[in-house]
Design a protein around this ligand. Sequence first.
Ligand SMILES: [Zn+2]
Length: 101
Amino acid sequence: MPSQEPKVITGSDPTRVSIEWTDGHVTAYRTSVLRGLCPCAGCVNEVTGVRTHDPVSVPADLTQTDLRLVGHYGLTLRFSDGHDTGIFPFSALRRDGTGED
Ligand SMILES: [Zn+2]
């Protein structure tokens, strides 16, 4: 059960995703950074947990569309490199965000 839930998720700038949480904390990601955190089976080996997708291969100007909630659990989006299978849990987004915590 997540201890924090997003209040506002903003993807109007396609190179960024920002999340304001219910406690007022804000985390913001560059889209290219978020791509490098993708936890899907195509990016991380499900058995070993080793990342098989190289974040260094992500262009800095990567953009996103189709930002959507996945229940009360996380969010998903389509990256401009065509990748759209990642589900980013709120717990990880909160933990990995750039803001102070
Ligand atoms: Zn992925």
